[in-house]
Design a protein around this ligand. Sequence first.
Ligand code: NAD
Length: 276
Amino acid sequence: MGRMDGKVAVITGAADGIGEATGRLFVQEGARVVAADIDDERGRSVVREWGGNALYLHTDVTQEAQVKAAIDLAVREFGRIDCLHNNAGGAGMFAPIQDIPVEAFDQTIALMLRAAFIGIKYAAPIMKAQGSGSIINTASVAGFRTGDSDHSYSVAKAGIIQLTRTAAMELGVCNVRVNCISPGFVVTGAFQKAAGMTREAYIQRLPQVKEHFASFQPLRRACLPEDIARAVLWLASDESAFVNGANLVVDGGMSNGKTWSQCLADMGRIGAVLLG
Ligand code: NAD
């Protein structure tokens, strides 16, 4: 028996990375899935790979009508919506504040924060009428500490964490849960796109990327999309039935601070200053 048997999910940003891994796992666990993305070629191809009951829909999450259409498709084709994973995203502009055009800031907020609001706005009434539902927003450690991303991305992710809490407090009374997940650094195509690399070039550099990501983790390996997908599955399934308004941090412990070896090195340096 699958952990998502009978459930219907809409996943945004499902053509790649975390969303792709989540869609594959959901289908394996018995869910019917609408995969929403703007990368049509990859989106159609991953849905074919998943097999099972999955549909792809071109959905730009910055466009209200397209987000609504993805939710409507789930209800029309599969009869309900049990899970909405607001996950689509991309990097903001990495620059000093004075050099960021206001339009660039607005675009990041539209993609990384406003889109989740739109998704919740249209999924909530259907889930309330059903008397159940689980909404999962992809936030980030960048949403609660500095130094992990650019200004606009970090602010949008902070907003996602708070939107999760406020929505959870409204919808919980109808047994609709809203939670978010905060990954640290995950080996996905996001870094390939931010660096302007081809996928082929990125795949060649993957061993070095994984080694580097592992180097600043208390758990000495890089986080993979499947690590995040398993946590999203738990939040989507009935196993987390009493979890609401939570920010589930899945970062191998990274955001707690320095690793023990970094701590030892720093203490050694302080000792050297003290003792001459
Ligand atoms: P990814 O680039 O592998 O996947 C992102 C997906 O979103 C892609 O398929 C892309 O086509 C899609 N997308 C982009 N703009 C869209 C739009 N306007 N409408 C619909 N789809 C759109 O990246 P990922 O790392 O899997 O990122 C997924 C989420 O995880 C993002 O919200 C990201 O901020 C978050 N996240 C990633 C990391 C990381 O280290 N990779 C860490 C923390 C949080």
